[in-house]
Ligand binder design. Structure first.
Ligand code: ZN
Length: 359
């Protein structure tokens, strides 16, 4: 019989475990999986299965409410910055203390909890306190893309579920299930690095191939001068602006569908301002992912150069080429690391171009 866990493509093993776990709920679950491995879908499916009298049939009113984001007893706590702040976790604690309005649980979903141990003021102690002695009808569903040792005390309070990284085939299959044709789905999956939502957006984006080509051409087109660096940075930033457009279209579609669903179920739609703020955050994350994609494409170019230089006969010239390619790969690695910190796109790209020009 189909249920809410069937929609978790590529996660058969985790889905089987979850079906058992939700029949005997505990206070806190931690779903761990690489970025984009449908962590959010898993958390929402779990919430539906916990609320549903049939453990997540996917068809009843209760399941539909949770899956459409309209169950007021299920909250995804939002984060404003790059790491979790203490006041945001206090808000999560306040929510967790509410009595559920329905017959099920008060479910609090907190994503990316690995971000409670990063930043200048780690907020993990506040999260730990929140997880201590929750009311009997409260369930926390946490997600994380990794569990560093600093997270151990939090992990020890949760029942942990591990998701697989999705293969490009899994991601392509998910995108094709939305009605996208196979070539577009495959191209999007290849550029999405296992991230389903990104693949869905890229599948709507005709310019994806052109953007990849633009990154690939940087070493040939860049003349090494500061003016040349500025020109290339401007081009890349313009392409980023274009790349976000399909996401904005998707967000608008989703907002329209959600408010129609809420109307159908006789509920008030959520605050427009909260929604806009969440959209903006997602757009910022998307730009960063897009930059990561570009850095990966460019790294591939220098890897090939390195490979070719190593294949060639040994000589002073080929040694220079090996060193240049390795330095470029190092500079790209550094740029990739900076993408995980608060960043100024223009500055990061300009620095990257200048370090490539000195090679
Ligand atoms: Zn149900």
């Amino acid at each position: 019989m189909a249920d809410v866990f069937d929609r978790l493509v590529g996660q058969t093993r985790a889905a089987d475990l979850l079906r058992q776990y939700v029949r005997h709920p505990v206070h806190a679950y931690l779903v761990v999986g690489p970025d984009g491995s449908n962590l959010r879908d898993t958390a929402i499916a779990m919430a539906a299965a916990l609320q549903c009298p049939e453990h997540g049939c996917g068809r009843c009113e209760v399941c539909r409410l949770v899956l459409s984001g309209a169950d007021t007893d299920v909250t995804i706590v939002e984060r404003a910055g790059l790491s979790w702040r203490v006041d945001e976790l206090r808000e999560a604690e306040r929510l967790s203390r509410r009595r559920p309005l329905g017959d099920g649980y008060q479910i609090v979903i907190l994503e990316d909890v690995q971000l409670t141990v990063t930043g200048t003021a780690p907020s993990a102690p506040a999260l730990l306190k929140t997880l201590e002695e929750p009311p009997p009808r409260t369930v926390f569903v946490l997600t994380a893309d990794e569990t560093p040792p600093e997270l151990d005390t939090i992990v020890s309070r949760c029942l942990e579920i591990r998701l697989n990284a999705l293969t490009d085939d899994d991601v392509a299959a998910i995108v094709m299930a939305d009605g996208v044709d196979e070539p577009a789905a495959r191209a999007a999956a290849a550029a999405a690095n296992g991230d389903i939502r990104r693949a869905r957006i890229l599948a709507r984006d005709d310019a994806l191939v052109r953007r990849a080509a633009q990154w690939r051409a940087v070493p040939e087109r860049f003349d090494g001068s500061p003016a040349g660096a500025t020109r290339i940075v401007e081009e890349i930033v313009r392409a980023l602006d274009e790349a976000v457009a399909p996401l904005v279209a998707l967000q608008q579609d989703e907002a329209t569908r959600r408010s129609a669903e809420a109307r159908e179920l006789g509920l008030r739609a959520g605050s427009r301002r909260d929604l806009e703020a969440a959209f903006k955050r997602e757009q910022r994350r998307f730009r960063t992912d897009e930059l990561r994609f570009g850095v990966r494409v460019l790294t591939e170019v220098y890897r090939r150069r390195l490979h070719d230089a190593l294949e060639d006969e040994v000589g002073a010239r080929s040694t220079d080429r090996v060193r240049a390619a390795m330095d470029a790969i190092g500079a790209l690695g550094e740029a990739n690391r900076r993408l995980s910190t608060p960043l100024d796109e223009n500055l990061l790209l300009y620095d990257l171009m200048l370090s490539l020009s000195s090679m």
